[in-house]
Ligand binder design. Structure first.
Ligand code: GDP
Length: 139
């Protein structure tokens, strides 16, 4: 299993609030290489599939509605220790608890509209990257 890749999404709130550029700048300045990237919108069905691990959670319906409410940027990122370093860079799930200077601290407003996704394991990074990208879309 590779341990130098992670998968991210810039979520609909951050896109709508004009933060694509600011977030990508943070990502690149923090030493991540962009392996693949696309600007797309998820149907409710696709968002539900992506977040199916959370199916039983009380916020699942809201999460699916939110993630299909507008365009997102999806990307595969590469760096040594990618999963841990990217989770550190984005900060806690709840932006009010995210460390100063983290992406969620700077660009997110609430626990549901929290600006970005970041994979939580090497295994999920592979599953999530494969959900969005073919081999021809990776560099
Ligand atoms: P993450 O790995 O930090 O993104 O957090 P989780 O895997 O625990 O949750 C996935 C996503 O579900 C989060 O990024 C939020 O967008 C959303 N979420 C988590 N907890 C809540 C909650 O209590 N309420 C709502 N509405 N959304 C939540």
């Amino acid at each position: 299993m590779e341990n130098n890749k992670t998968f991210t999404m810039i979520k609909p709130d951050a896109v709508a609030n004009g933060h694509i550029g600011g977030i990508l700048e943070k990502i690149i300045k923090s030493g991540f290489k962009i392996v693949a990237m696309k600007y797309i919108s998820l149907s409710a069905e696709k968002a539900g599939e992506f977040y199916s691990v959370h199916k039983e959670r009380p916020f699942y319906k809201d999460l699916v509605a939110f993630m299909s409410s507008g365009p997102i940027v999806a990307a595969i990122l590469e760096k040594d220790n990618a999963i841990e370093d990217y989770r550190k860079l984005i900060g806690a799930t709840d932006p009010s608890k995210a460390e100063p200077g983290t992406i969620r601290n700077l660009f997110a407003k609430s626990i549901d509209a929290n600006a970005v996704h970041g994979s939580d394991s090497d295994e999920n990074a592979k599953i999530e990257g494969d959900f969005f990208f073919s081999a021809f879309e990776r560099f």
